[in-house]
Design a protein around this ligand. Structure first.
Ligand SMILES: NC(=O)c1ccc[n+]([C@@H]2O[C@H](COP(=O)([O-])OP(=O)(O)OC[C@H]3O[C@@H](n4cnc5c(N)ncnc54)[C@H](O)[C@@H]3O)[C@@H](O)[C@H]2O)c1
Length: 396
């Protein structure tokens, strides 16, 4: 693919690193930044032939087949609209919109223009995540009951994130978008999110938006998603997921514990890892940050999907659903009530009841629990199907 990069900041560098640091077929052909010096710097650093301070010129560059949006949240819609006008495929960083209305307009404009719309949710492409989702699809942990995702760090690196107008909110929109989509993947993206209960507060920073939030998302099959986000966490970037199923459990730690620990008195140390707060003492570096964070797998899926004329794993529609869940979370943080997820366009299954399957023990009983005791006995706890009576049997 021949790619135009819009933006030359933090995430643009991660994207350029993923696309140009190793041998790949895909190539950045132009970089747009409103400051031409920044565009040139990124172009020089990553060997990009062309740079510009005109967004339109980058999108319309004759070689460009796909546009990669790496701009602040308030510019995503403008950039997508321009791609739709120019009929160029578009892949957009997270969150798709600042709210579901904005995301829906973006979804509509790519679908009306007949162009490709990929949602760059990198954390749904990490090697650990892909393997765990595959295991879940194979039934390895049974029916998913609860999927928790946590992203916390000491706060973002640019002023616009802290400005609610430009970002759409605080830690909840910035980090919650990752957590919500991670839980959706574990629970099943075809399962409708019904309602959200969320606590959010501004505990530390002098900002209008929240710097800490925790919430629950209820799904139509009875599963529960949980998100924990913070811009006030000290100690680096904590990315962890936990999934509980009827037949098993998955724990993923994606960043602070990747199996690489290093101690230094501080001699010769510099950058350690994204959002690391210190560079001496015991440190948790990350071998290949771009890969651990899922970027190469994500781009491979996006570009293969364009070539194969199929949907990618993460679409603009997914970005819209995530925004709708986060809108409900903001409403709940305000009302202190469960708030409905308002999806005017639902493309998944219509399940109306929680799917709780009971395990039959014999003709008269359901099995509640079986356990091996320290004395070697096996205890079976049962419920009578007719009377509801709970009883136990011991086998020596
Ligand atoms: N894991 C991830 O997927 C991830 C991580 C970080 C950021 N992001 C997303 O990437 C996007 C950009 O974030 P970032 O961290 O690179 O921010 P950044 O501040 O480091 O970079 C933003 C870029 O946009 C440009 N820009 C800012 N205001 C502009 C304007 N008014 N007109 C034109 N250009 C403007 C800046 O010059 C810079 O090149 C955001 O949507 C953010 O949520 C995603």
């Amino acid at each position: 693919m021949k790619i135009a990069m819009l933006g030359s900041g933090f995430i643009a560098r991660f994207y350029a690193e993923s696309l140009h640091a190793q041998r790949r077929k895909d190539e950045l052909v132009t970089v747009y930044s409103r400051d031409i010096k920044n565009a040139k710097r990124l172009a020089d650093d990553y060997g990009v032939a062309h740079h510009t301070d005109s967004m339109q010129a980058a999108i319309e560059h004759p070689q460009v087949e796909v546009v990669l949006i790496a701009l602040p949240n308030d510019l995503h819609e403008l950039a997508v609209t321009q791609c739709a006008l120019a009929k160029k495929h578009v892949i957009c960083t997270k969150p798709l919109g600042r709210n579901a209305k904005e995301a829906k307009r973006m979804l509509d404009s790519v679908e009306t223009a007949g162009i490709f719309g990929g949602y760059l949710e990198d954390l749904c492409y990490t090697p650990k995540f892909l393997k765990s989702v595959e295991s879940i699809r194979k039934g390895t942990i049974g029916r998913v009951l609860w999927a928790k995702s946590r992203e916390t760090h000491p706060g973002p690196h640019s002023a616009w994130f802290w400005d609610k107008e430009k970002s759409g909110g605080g830690a909840l929109i910035d980090l919650g978008c990752h957590c919500v989509e991670i839980s959706r993947n574990f629970i099943g993206k075809n399962i409708r999110p019904l309602e959200v209960m969320c606590w959010a507060d501004t505990q530390v920073h002098p900002i209008e938006a929240e710097d800490h939030a925790i919430g629950l998302v209820k799904y139509a099959n009875g599963a529960i998603g949980q998100f924990e986000v913070s811009w006030a966490f000290r100690g680096g970037m904590d990315l962890r997921d936990e999934v509980m199923g009827t037949e098993g459990t998955i724990w993923i730690n994606s960043f602070l514990r990747t199996g690489f620990e290093m101690f230094t008195t501080g001699m010769g140390s510099g950058y350690v890892a994204e959002k690391a707060e210190v560079n001496k003492g015991w440190l948790f570096p990350v071998g290949d940050e771009a890969h651990e964070l899922g970027y190469p797998n994500m781009f491979t899926d996006m570009f293969s999907a364009i070539e194969e004329n199929r949907q990618p794993q993460e679409t603009f529609y997914d970005g819209y659903v995530v925004n709708a869940i986060l809108d409900a979370a903001y409403a709940s943080a305000k009302s202190k009530l469960w708030e409905p997820v308002l999806l005017e366009d639902w493309r998944g299954d219509e399940i109306t009841e929680a799917q709780n399957e009971l395990t039959t023990y014999d003709a008269d009983h359901y099995l509640i629990k079986e356990e091996k005791l320290p004395n070697g006995d096996t205890k079976v706890i049962l419920k009578n199907k007719l009377t509801g009576e709970v009883s136990q049997r011991i086998f020596r």
